[in-house]
Design a protein around this ligand. Structure first.
Ligand SMILES: Nc1ncnc2c1ncn2[C@@H]1O[C@H](COP(=O)(O)OP(=O)(O)OP(=O)(O)O)[C@@H](O)[C@H]1O
Ligand code: NI
Length: 366
């Protein structure tokens, strides 16, 4: 593993300028993906996961815009702004930022591959699966038509498509949902990318097929030594495949940890709530608690800590002070929660917001 991460996202801000107001979908998000790692991006619907990963590929359409931050991938600047805004107050792109055509020819689909939830977003219904895969390999790997075809069939076999030579001439609609996702993984691998970004690719699949796909990803990750950024709302998937996890809430990363630390020693109440809402072998089902309330809209996020109005451990200080993401354990686990001493927020002396004892998480009278 080299010193610089394969992907570095720093203080990324992506907003949508709508009639109703400015949607701060991604509001100062930082994370990295090291070489050979599977990194999770997890959080409820609307947390900003898809906008974050689409920003990495510069696939944000109007009325959306990346307004701040830096994204560096393998030494290339995908997003980078000057410190000072221009005369119109708009962010100024730095010279070294990749052009749109360089993004298309050097990064998207070749160095970074995307797997979406809906295979039809990436597969063209009027061409056979084999043709699409062959062409992609031909373009990206510079192989002859015949060699590209052989390689395409080999990859289809690797991702578990039975009788790949025969299936080569089938159209996307002739494949089942699970098989189509395998085809997408084949397409992603076809260009031998350094990074595969997967945005909830197994959500539409039943649990058995999902399990097979995750096993496959795990095997392929070992074989190709590819890095993955895996978006999901499912903690079960995180447990199964991720090395490291970023938990997102309302446009921010609120916890970052190695997967074991996250599950056994969560440092943010939101992470705890997510974990309590899924079945676990080490807990009885009576202990299962659904996450209460809905995530607020990112047009007008709550003051202070954005999670405070749903947080069982919230205290008065949480209403007014916004916590950034800080290292809160010796192992370097990060959390954005004022209950940790490193914030020096006088949390202990602050009055609990939730009335009942259970919610206050201990004895507040001390
Ligand atoms: N084109 C758009 N115009 C306006 N708002 C948008 C647009 N796209 C996304 N948003 C808003 O940005 C926020 C983040 O959305 P995003 O799709 O990233 O969430 P997510 O975490 O991927 O959720 P899910 O699990 O449902 O996919 C949401 O509030 C969403 O409504
Ligand atoms: Ni999404």
């Amino acid at each position: 593993m080299s010193d610089t991460p394969l992907l570095k996202v720093e203080n990324l801000k992506t907003q949508f300028f709508t009639d109703a107001g400015t949607v701060r979908a991604v509001d100062g998000v930082s994370f990295t993906v090291e070489r050979g790692e599977i990194v999770g991006l997890v959080g409820e619907s609307g947390a900003g996961k898809s906008v974050a990963v689409r920003s990495i590929l510069r696939l944000i359409d109007s009325p959306g815009r990346i307004v701040g931050g830096e994204i560096v991938f393998d030494g290339k600047t995908i997003i980078g702004f000057e410190d000072e805004p221009g005369p119109d107050g708009e962010p100024v792109e730095r010279d070294e930022m990749l052009t749109d055509s360089a993004m298309r020819s050097e990064v998207r689909g070749s160095e970074i591959a995307l797997i979406f939830q809906d295979p039809m977003e990436s597969l063209n219904p009027v061409f056979t699966v084999g043709e699409q895969l062959r062409e992609l390999i031909e373009l990206n790997r510079g192989l002859s038509k015949r060699d590209a075809r052989d390689r395409a069939i080999e990859i289809l076999r690797e991702v578990g498509i039975p009788q790949p030579a025969e299936r080569f001439d089938d159209y996307p609609h002739q494949f089942s949902g699970g098989m189509r996702q395998r085809v997408l993984i084949a397409m992603a691998l076809g260009c031998e990318p350094q990074l595969i970004v997967a945005d909830e690719p197994t959500t539409a699949l039943d649990v058995t097929v999902e399990g097979q796909i995750l096993d496959l990803v795990y095997d392929l990750q070992e074989k190709y030594d590819a890095s993955f950024l895996w978006v999901t709302h499912d903690m079960g998937i995180v447990a199964e495949i991720c090395d490291r996890v970023n938990v997102m809430y309302l446009g921010e990363v609120v916890e970052r940890a190695d997967v074991d630390d996250l599950f056994y020693n969560p440092q943010h109440p939101y992470t705890e709530a997510l974990l309590n809402s899924i079945p676990r072998p080490d807990r009885s089902t009576e202990e299962l608690q659904p996450l209460e309330g809905a995530m607020p809209e990112p047009i007008d996020p709550p003051s202070g800590c954005r999670f405070h109005d749903r947080c069982p451990e919230a205290r008065e200080v949480c209403e007014r002070t916004h916590p950034d993401l800080r290292s809160v354990t010796e192992a370097g686990q990060h959390a954005a929660c004022l209950k940790h001493d490193v914030f020096g927020a006088e949390y202990e002396r602050s009055r609990p917001l939730a009335g009942d004892d259970a919610a206050a998480g201990g004895d507040p009278s001390e």
